[in-house]
Design a protein around this ligand. Structure first.
Ligand SMILES: C[S@@+](CC[C@H](N)C(=O)[O-])C[C@H]1O[C@@H](n2cnc3c(N)ncnc32)[C@H](O)[C@@H]1O
Length: 269
């Protein structure tokens, strides 16, 4: 009886092997046919096509801090050949200039860009010698950034995650600078007040300087919070959450609801 069972199992295994070999042979024929019929693009064309296809996906659903218009990126893609694309916040040069005036980048400095979107700041800083860790939870924006990074061989490492308390353990012990540009209020929304404050305190310990921007008016932003309604309320929030840090206003973006940009450093640093 047991011998019959074993023989049955051996026959079934042989039949499964036979079916699998046939399946692979058919898939090989299908693959060869596909390669003959479809003119292959080189990797540059493929990456560029991926960027343009993902841009078309933006705005299809609304995700925290992302585009609410079809085919719009939040900020411009900073490479030639993408100028024709729509961006909500076209004027980003002044914010970049304000950051560069407050930050000396040495080649190989690590910078963390939280909410990197399609990489306007990440690529601009990498171009000046930084290695940038770019956190971007929105998958289409992430794929755009990751494809651009590969296409232009840039030192920007994209990560398809949002920053959270749980994610702090993935961070490096030290960054030359951390960018929290129009991203921190989303962390407050997602994590709650207390946890978000812990994220900010943790980031403060890991860096020489945080560049910080949140809405500064009750009429600005898709997520409203009592601490982010005026410059006074933002500065009071930062004094409460980051005592012992110096907060310096660098710039106010007249083209974007007057959002102020701050540099936050440990006092005395
Ligand atoms: C308003 S955009 C700002 C983009 C860019 N930092 C700037 O100021 O031009 C906010 C970005 O933060 C991202 N974001 C939302 N929640 C986040 C989180 N928990 N961690 C990191 N990024 C987040 C969004 O996907 C979006 O790309």
């Amino acid at each position: 009886m047991r011998t019959d069972v074993r023989r049955g199992e051996a026959i079934a295994a042989r039949d499964r092997g036979f079916v699998e070999r046939i399946r692979q042979r058919l898939n090989r024929i299908r693959t060869s046919g596909y390669r003959v019929l479809r003119a292959e693009q080189d990797e540059t064309q493929r990456l560029r096509a991926r960027v343009l296809n993902r841009v078309r996906e933006l705005g299809r659903t609304y995700e925290d801090g992302n585009s609410d218009l079809l085919g719009y990126t939040y900020h411009p893609i900073p490479f030639d050949g993408f100028e024709h694309l729509n961006a909500h916040r076209r004027e980003c040069e002044d914010r970049l200039r304000a950051i560069l005036e407050a930050l000396t980048i040495r080649s190989g400095d690590w910078i963390l860009d939280v909410g990197a979107n399609v990489g306007f700041f990440a690529f601009s800083l990498a171009r000046r010698g930084a290695i940038v860790e770019a956190y971007e939870p929105q998958s289409a924006s992430f794929e755009i950034g990751a494809a651009l990074s590969k296409l232009y061989k840039s030192d920007v490492l994209y990560i398809n995650r949002g920053l959270s308390v749980a994610g702090l353990r993935y961070l490096r012990p030290h960054y030359r600078a951390i960018l929290l540009l129009s991203a921190f209020h989303w962390i407050v929304k997602q994590e709650g007040d207390e946890a978000a404050a812990r994220v900010l305190q943790d980031l403060g310990r890991r860096t020489d300087v945080i560049f910080f921007e949140v809405p500064a008016s009750s009429a600005d932003g898709m997520f409203r919070h009592a601490d982010f309604v005026s410059r006074q309320s933002i500065e009071a929030y930062l004094a409460r959450v980051l005592p012992g840090f110096a907060v310096v206003a660098l710039f106010e973006d007249g083209a974007w609801a007057d959002r102020p940009l701050y540099a936050i450093r440990r006092a005395g640093a």
